[in-house]
Ligand binder design. Structure first.
Ligand SMILES: Nc1ncnc2c1ncn2[C@@H]1O[C@H](COP(=O)(O)OP(=O)(O)O)[C@@H](O)[C@H]1O
Ligand SMILES: [Mg+2]
Length: 243
């Protein structure tokens, strides 16, 4: 076990900022936000994106990546972002249901294998909520900042508050992004939550058909010129937050 931990540490040793993208709930746009933040950051930094949502590893779909790992375990690379995910591991009969210990070992395996090299930022798409899997990743990746994604809906905010409090127990800084802002889920909740918790509000992204369509095409919105300004604000607030 100690050897495995050392191998994981070694593989991540060239990575400076390790930023978890978290949410209380699934479906609030955590993966979408992670992908767009990574692509925007990659315009001026060396960036990696770790798909740590083992149950729903969506990152390769959202980035339009089709390749698999070869023997060198170099991450896939797209839009200047290095990507690692369970989906890059070729599986003979792909397990689709993960039990606790398996998730734990899958995460460890991914961290032991991936050759990140030197990175300014590693963005980690976390499993939703405050599960065991989330704790495993926090422990092994050495995360040092978090971005909590929430909609303005009461339930999402309640769960986001829980995630934020858990994150704050492990690392600071923690900031909030409001996604799917607008008529359907409301807006302003992100700022309210941020001020209640005395943490930075990083920015917002509206709910839009354009965003949804871009996801479905497997192209990150910002690479399609959608919401570039919003993500620019979010990313420069992240840069300030972790400085
Ligand atoms: N701002 C947005 N506007 C429209 N659709 C969005 C937006 N953000 C995310 N989506 C869509 O919502 C769904 C859930 O997003 P996803 O990033 O997979 O959430 P999570 O990772 O939190 O489960 C996806 O189908 C995605 O395309
Ligand atoms: Mg997701």
């Amino acid at each position: 076990m100690q050897q495995r931990e050392e191998r994981m540490k070694e593989k991540l040793s060239g990575v400076r900022h390790r930023i978890a993208v978290m949410s209380g709930k699934g479906g609030v746009g955590k993966s979408t936000t992670a992908v767009n933040i990574a692509c925007m950051l990659a315009k001026r930094h060396k960036v990696g994106l770790l798909d740590a949502d083992i149950d729903c590893p969506n990152i390769v779909n959202l980035m339009g990546i089709e390749e698999k790992f070869d023997n060198s375990y170099q991450p896939a690379e797209k839009y200047g972002v290095k990507v690692s995910s369970m989906s890059l591991i070729e599986m003979e009969s792909g397990p689709t249901m993960w039990r606790g210990p398996l998730i734990h070992s899958a995460i460890m395996q991914l961290l032991e294998l991936t050759e990140w090299g030197t990175l300014d930022y590693l963005i980690i798409d976390m499993p939703p909520g405050t599960s065991d899997a989330a704790l495993t990743i926090m422990q092994f990746v050495g995360i040092n900042a978090a971005v909590i994604v929430t909609t303005s809906q009461d339930l999402s905010m309640m769960d986001a508050a829980k995630s934020a409090k858990m994150a704050l127990g492990f690392y600071k800084p923690v900031g909030i992004v409001e996604n799917m802002s607008g008529e359907v889920f409301g807006s302003g909740g992100g700022e309210t939550l941020a001020s209640e918790l005395s943490i930075p509000f990083l920015g917002r992204v509206e709910l839009s058909k354009q965003m949804r369509e871009s996801c479905d095409r497997g192209v990150p919105a910002v690479m399609n010129n959608i919401n570039v300004k919003n993500f620019e604000v979010i990313v420069s607030n992240i840069e300030k937050m972790v400085k």
